[in-house]
Design a protein around this ligand. Sequence first.
Ligand code: ADP
Ligand code: MG
Length: 263
Amino acid sequence: MLQVESITKRFGGVVANSDVTFSVQEGQIVGLIGPNGAGKSTMFNMISSVFPPTEGTITFKGQRIEKLPSFQVAPLGISRTFQNLQVFKNMTVIENVMVGQHMKTKTDLLGMASMLLGLTKRERKVYDEAMSYLEFFGLEDLYDQKAASLSLGKLRLLEFARAFATEPKLLLLDEIAAGLNHKETLEMSELIKKVRDSGVTVLVVEHDMDLVMSICDKLVVLDQGVKIAEGTPKEIQENEAVITAYLGADIDESEAEKVGEAI
Ligand code: ADP
Ligand code: MG
């Protein structure tokens, strides 16, 4: 489904990604992991065409996409969440999901607004669909709450729901479990699997090793922009270069502890 080939990204003197190659098969959950500053978000930014790579190619379903603008990549079926949440805080929960649907249905924003006043048949359908996405993510009771009033855990779910509402073929999740407690992280793992089971291929960037190890079919490990390992969770857990990269990295104690436990 996705082939990343010899990707290099430079920001002035900083080499954020250096000659990185990996692929994602349809139906998989693939984890992109590595210490802070490894180049994970930069890779996501190139796959979702926030900016182009300096060198290399990205092929999605047989089509080269590395030079396409993001408004042309999204309709091909790639959607994402952001490490720094990008929900619309002044909109309600259901309106945020409708923004995701908007990309798919091409209902104009005026249509979306009028929908909230008096529903036409077509608009009613969009509303009902939005509600079913909220149910999928367990957010239905919060549909009329302003996003600003949500907890971090619910905000992460909302951003996930909005990305899912675009009906992507490939979904990129950037630190979707960051800041969540243990119970919320477990629920997130289940949701990611449920999304995969619904037919969406998933690429996750995540620091929570328990989550990554339990849900991913394959892991790709970056360190300082370079791919240092690729394999099943079990293979990665036993990989010397990976252990060294993590334990030698400048990460906080609780993170180090978690990685150590997992490895
Ligand atoms: P990760 O997500 O793995 O923590 P990033 O991809 O965010 O890492 O960053 C990798 C490196 O690229 C870092 O040194 C970071 O400072 C740099 N970087 C990322 N985005 C930009 C940018 N837009 N401009 C300049 N440098 C950037
Ligand atoms: Mg990042």
